[in-house]
Each structure stands twice: as structure tokens, then as C-alpha cells.
Write a protein that binds this ligand. Structure first.
Ligand code: DAH
Length: 349
């Protein structure tokens, strides 16, 4: 009996030592220590042995069971670690590697790029940025800006009305009065945003973007307007640029001007090969915006004594963002800005 126990001991330990996987080890546990295995059976039968053998056999069988159990626990730990190691090697994913395939990086729409460029220029000149409502009252959009009751822009053929007294704003200029009502002078502000008109062809879209500018302070003259717009023109179109002011009419500025920038595509209207410049049409100048000195009547709509036209003066301008981007990048058709054809969009930025 004791000899058999020693055999079980030796064979058992050798088998445990040789086990190559946790599954094999589980099978061994059942074979050596399971309910039907020889050693546990032997232990259960100790009571039936002759009394003089009971102590010795019981003791040795128990030792062997413990030895097998502890050797199995050791083997289990060794195999678990080895299996984890090999799984870590086999399943290795290097999360520091770039994704595959490389994801294309998006870019800002040309309108957004141009808008940010414009904002940067004016922030650099000391202006702050404000925004305003796209659904605007007729009062702010037209009345406060001195538009006669018969002004053609008031017509339903030109403007989108959302009710009798509200419109989709036709320009960013209504923000002039709103900005003055919100902040006392001195005021230096630019207001970018969407505007809407009933137009649709290669050079007009029903929705487009403008940047309004307004400066109100003491001793402001048209020279300050010209200096500001010269800085802007050089920042956007190049250091060589010049600007000129041409007399014009807007209901809410007096005097009013249209501002031209010297053409950056040609020399005084002519191309090196002697042909007429296609961008400025031989003019040497390109119209970029409307501007003027704020009309005293506009201050009266602000209804704030700090905006007394006897004390403060101001200048304002409004420019189309699409127009700036279109001139700067030679875009052939304004509608390209809104079709979102990737072949167009990917050329910028
Ligand atoms: N609001 C005018 C337009 O959309 C542009 C404009 C002209 C804005 C003169 C101004 C200005 O601030 O002073 O055509």
C-alpha cells in the first residue's frame, strides 16, 4: 500500500511538472485528485485498514495529496504567467502608430478662413468682434438706417420677409445701431455674419456674408477711415496696395464712399503681354466695399445722449466676405462657395 502511494507521488509530480497548459493541468487534477481518483479513494478507505497500518498510510497519503496540490498550484501560476506573456506578444497593438488608413484631415471652408483672416486684421487694429441676429426687425434693418419708405430694398421682390415687420437681414449694418445701444463710445467694432437677398446668379447668392465695421469716437474723420481700410487692404491683398475713395450714396452715411483697392493682378490695368487685365477690366482699381461717415440721423435712433453727433463722429463700412475671398483667390463663380464640391474646397488651406 505504501509503495503504491510512493508511485502515485512520483508519477503525479512528474506529470504535473510536464503539464504544458492550464487545460492539461486541469485534466491532471481530475485524474490525480478527482472524486474517482485512486489517492482520494485510498484516503477514504483508510478507516477500513487494519489498525496498525491506518496511521502510517493515512499520514503518507495525506502528505502526498498536499504535495500534489501545492505542486499543482505552483504549476498553475507558472502556466498562467506564460500564457499571459505569449498572449500579450501575439496580440500586441501599438496605439502610438498612426491609424491605418490615415484619416484625411479636414480644413476650414474658404469663407471661414477669410472671415478669420479679416477678424485678425481688425483685432490687430484695436476693434472687437460682435455678432447680431439674422432675423432682424424692419426698424433696425431699414428705418434706423435712414432708408426712405420707398427704398427699393424694402420691397418683397428684393428682401425675404418673415413677417410684416421682420426680415432676414439684408446687410450687417443694422448692427451699427444695436452695437451703439449696447456700448458707450469710444466704440471700435466689427460685425461679421450672414445676410440674405433675393438674388441668384454667378455673382450673387441668396445668402452671403458681410463684415460690418464701425468706429465712433471724438475727432474721427474720413482720413481715419481711409487709414484703417488701407491697413486692411495691405494685410489682405499685399503691402504694395493703395486705396482710393469714390463718392457714392448710402442712406446711413454722409458723406458716403465706395472704396477701391489697387489691382494686384496687373500694372495699372495692363498685363505684361499688353492685354487688358481681366480682374480689374483695365481699370487698375477694384471695388471692395462701401463706407462713409455715420449719418447724424443714425445716432438719433440710438437714443443715448453719449452718442450726441455734436460730440462724437464715426465711420462705418460694409464688405462682402465672399467678394474678398473671390478676388483674392480668383474664384470664377460665387456659387462654388456653397456647392461644397471637394475639388473646389480642397484647394484652400
Ligand atoms: N450695408 C451696405 C450694403 O450692404 C454696405 C455699407 C455701405 C455698409 C456703407 C456700411 C457703410 O457700413 O458705411 O450694401
Amino acid at each position: 500500500m505504501l509503495d503504491r502511494i510512493e508511485e502515485i507521488h512520483d508519477e503525479g509530480l512528474a506529470a504535473v511538472q510536464a503539464a504544458g497548459s492550464t487545460e492539461e493541468l486541469e485534466e491532471l487534477r481530475v485524474r490525480l485528485l478527482g472524486r474517482k481518483a485512486e489517492l482520494p479513494n485510498l484516503l477514504r478507505g483508510v478507516g477500513e485498514l487494519p489498525p496498525e497500518q491506518r496511521g502510517q498510510v493515512g499520514k503518507r497519503a495525506n502528505e502526498v495529496r498536499k504535495a500534489l496540490e501545492s505542486r499543482m498550484a505552483e504549476a498553475r501560476e507558472r502556466l498562467d504567467t506564460a500564457e499571459l506573456d505569449s498572449r500579450l506578444i501575439a496580440d500586441r497593438v501599438d496605439i502610438t502608430l498612426p491609424g491605418d488608413p490615415l484619416q484625411p484631415v479636414g480644413r476650414l471652408h474658404l469663407i471661414t478662413q477669410t472671415l478669420r483672416e479679416l477678424e485678425d486684421v481688425f483685432l490687430g487694429l484695436g476693434f472687437t468682434v460682435m455678432e447680431g441676429p439674422e432675423v432682424e426687425t424692419v426698424q433696425y434693418n431699414f428705418d434706423a438706417l435712414n432708408h426712405e419708405p420707398t427704398h427699393p430694398a424694402r420691397g418683397r421682390t428684393d428682401t425675404f420677409y418673415t413677417s410684416d415687420d421682420t426680415v432676414l437681414r439684408t446687410h450687417t449694418s443694422p448692427m451699427q445701431v444695436r452695437a451703439m445701444q449696447a456700448h458707450p463710445p469710444p466704440l471700435y467694432v466689427v460685425i461679421p455674419g450672414r445676410v440674405y437677398r433675393r438674388d441668384n446668379d454667378a455673382t450673387h447668392t441668396p445668402q452671403f456674408h458681410q463684415v460690418e465695421g464701425l468706429a465712433v469716437d471724438e475727432d474721427i474723420t474720413l482720413a481715419d477711415l481711409k487709414g484703417t481700410l488701407l491697413e486692411f487692404s495691405r494685410a489682405i491683398f499685399g503691402d504694395e496696395r493703395d486705396v482710393r475713395l469714390r463718392g457714392h450714396f448710402f442712406p446711413f452715411t454722409e458723406p458716403s464712399v465706395e472704396v477701391d483697392v489697387s489691382c494686384f493682378n496687373c500694372n495699372d490695368g495692363w498685363m505684361p503681354d499688353g492685354s487688358r487685365c481681366p480682374l480689374c477690366k483695365g481699370e487698375g482699381w477694384i471695388e471692395i466695399l462701401g463706407a462713409g461717415e455715420v449719418d447724424p440721423n443714425v445716432y438719433s435712433y440710438v437714443d443715448d445722449e453719449r452718442y450726441d453727433p455734436e460730440k462724437v463722429q464715426g465711420f462705418a463700412w460694409g464688405m462682402g466676405i465672399e467678394r474678398i475671398a473671390f478676388l483674392k483667390h480668383g474664384v470664377a463663380d460665387l456659387r462654388l462657395f456653397y456647392e461644397n464640391d471637394l475639388r473646389f474646397l480642397e484647394q484652400f488651406g
